[in-house]
Design a binder for this molecule. Structure first.
Ligand code: AR6
Length: 170
């Protein structure tokens, strides 16, 4: 089964998909941007599961480039897959860490049996990754990853992000 790649401009919390990916931080305890929107609209069940993860396997937090799933609470999705993007300046622009976020999220999606997944443009907000470069890495990584996911939807918040991703999927 081949994977279809689609682009939408909008809010990731409104996507009716099996799994929504959160551009989280390693604390898993919330923040701004996508993370803030997901916890706000998804409700307290997501944070409760994140706290349980921190009390268990992820006592020191979720490392950069890894991914882990929780309930999606009140979002129109079944799961939230939390991943931690690299901070552009701190990572020195190491593309492998950003690529790992997409690859690991798809691996978790496969474990869950998710068939549709929505990604934000990870690391391009607070974490400062240049949009064009991030879009290229995101699209290339998804294309190169073997997965049973049938639709990978990139959900871009503004015109500039949409244009950057559109330039990569032509
Ligand atoms: N739907 C889709 N895209 C969005 C939304 C939304 N509701 N809101 C923002 N974006 P960011 P990061 C876009 O900062 O760079 C948080 O505080 C936004 O325009 O959410 O990975 C976490 O807790 C940008 O293009 O994620 C971390 O501490 C992209 O989503 C830190 O920010 C990512 O922006 C993670 O930073």
């Amino acid at each position: 089964m081949s994977t279809i790649l689609t682009l939408t401009q909008g809010d990731i919390t409104e996507q009716a998909v099996d799994a929504v990916v959160n551009a989280a931080n390693s604390s898993l305890l919330g923040g701004g941007g996508v993370d803030g929107a997901i916890h706000r609209r998804g409700g307290p069940d997501i944070l409760a599961e994140c706290r349980a993860l921190r009390a268990g396997h992820y006592g020191r937090g979720l490392p950069t480039g890894q991914a882990v799933a929780t309930t999606a609470g009140r979002l129109p999705a079944r799961w939230v897959i939390h991943t931690v993007g690299p901070v552009f300046q701190v990572s020195g622009g190491d593309a492998s860490l950003l690529a790992s976020c997409y690859r690991e999220s798809l691996r978790v999606a496969d474990e869950l049996g998710a068939r549709t997944i929505a990604f934000p443009a990870i690391s391009t907000g607070a974490y400062g990754w240049p949009l064009d470069d991030a879009a290229r890495i995101a699209v290339q990584t998804v294309r190169d990853t073997e997965t049973a996911v049938e639709e990978v939807r990139f959900v871009l918040f503004d015109d500039q992000a949409f244009a950057a991703f559109a330039a990569c999927v032509r």
